[in-house]
Design a binder for this molecule. Structure first.
Ligand SMILES: [Zn+2]
Ligand SMILES: [Zn+2]
Length: 284
């Protein structure tokens, strides 16, 4: 199938200096305009009840919203801009459905799991390099890959059941670290049960699934990866393709490749924001 992807120039997951991105918001917008995008959504890591190196502080939220309003105005003839946030599921109290996040004037919300509680009740970041992932398992999960993966999928299930967001960010991203830890792990029955439960819950709760292309250039995979696209198709889960760019030059990274892989798996359309609403758009 040598068909070229020429359309679907949109993205709804992007960071900036307001969180752990490496350039000002406007640099990402300019890069999206130069790449010929029709719509671009930014999604700073939402505040958490404690400080981290990658989240926006709560006091910075008004400035973030104001800067997006300014950019929407400046670029209105060139691109449709949308203000979002990537909101962590932390626990029952702090998640995308929380009043604070629901009352913010956002155009869209991403629900993501990066943090989980260890059996001792400590909060740890699972979205980390393969080496520190290995260390996490040794230090906090008694050497059990099953335990850390289970904690991650459990948090994802709770995220989905609570709701309050448009699409789930990079579901099954932990697969990459799980495979690095024990090759073949994601093909084992227990692992597939987790994925199946999550997909069913997404279906039941009418939540869209992100195909995250952030690691495509460096690791050659998507989150979730193409081996799961057939499953997404079977369940008719609507998908959104995003680059999760932290650098302006990466706003378009992996987009065409993901769209092509989706098409090859029989998925004919992706969801895009148009005039403020999510609509299915044929992959062209
Ligand atoms: Zn994320
Ligand atoms: Zn992100």
């Amino acid at each position: 199938m040598g068909e070229k992807i020429t359309g679907n120039k949109t993205n709804f997951h992007s960071h900036s200096l307001f969180c752990d991105g490496k350039a000002p918001l406007e640099a990402f917008v300019k890069s999206a305009v130069e790449a010929g995008f029709t719509a671009y959504g930014v999604s700073s890591h939402a505040p958490l009840p404690f400080k981290t190196a990658w989240n926006m502080d709560r006091e910075e939220v008004p400035a973030y919203l104001r800067e997006m309003e300014r950019l929407k105005e400046v670029y209105r003839d060139r691109i449709a801009l949308y203000t979002g946030m990537e909101i962590d599921y932390l626990n029952e109290v702090w998640n995308p459905a929380s009043d604070y996040f629901q009352q913010l004037p956002l155009d869209f919300r991403i629900g993501s799991v990066h943090l989980v509680y260890t059996p001792e009740g400590e909060i740890v970041d699972t979205d980390t390099g393969a080496e520190s992932f290995k260390q996490l398992i040794a230090d906090h999960f008694a050497g059990s890959l099953e335990a850390i993966v289970g904690a991650c999928f459990e948090a994802s299930l709770q995220l989905v059941e609570k709701g309050g967001f448009d699409f789930i960010g990079h579901p099954n991203k932990i697969a990459f670290n799980a495979e690095a830890y024990r090759p073949g792990a994601t093909g084992e029955p227990w692992y597939k049960v987790h994925v199946g439960r999550l997909f069913e819950a997404l279906k039941e709760n009418h939540i869209m699934v992100e195909i995250n292309t952030k690691a495509y250039l460096t690791k050659g995979c998507f989150f979730p990866d193409r081996s799961l696209f057939g499953w997404l198709k079977e369940l008719e889960l609507p998908v959104v393709v995003n680059s999760d760019a932290h650098r302006p030059e990466l706003v378009d990274a992996g987009r065409r490749e993901a769209l092509k892989a989706l098409k090859e798996s029989g998925i004919r359309s992706v969801m895009e924001l148009e005039a403020g609403s999510w609509v299915p758009k044929e992959i062209v």
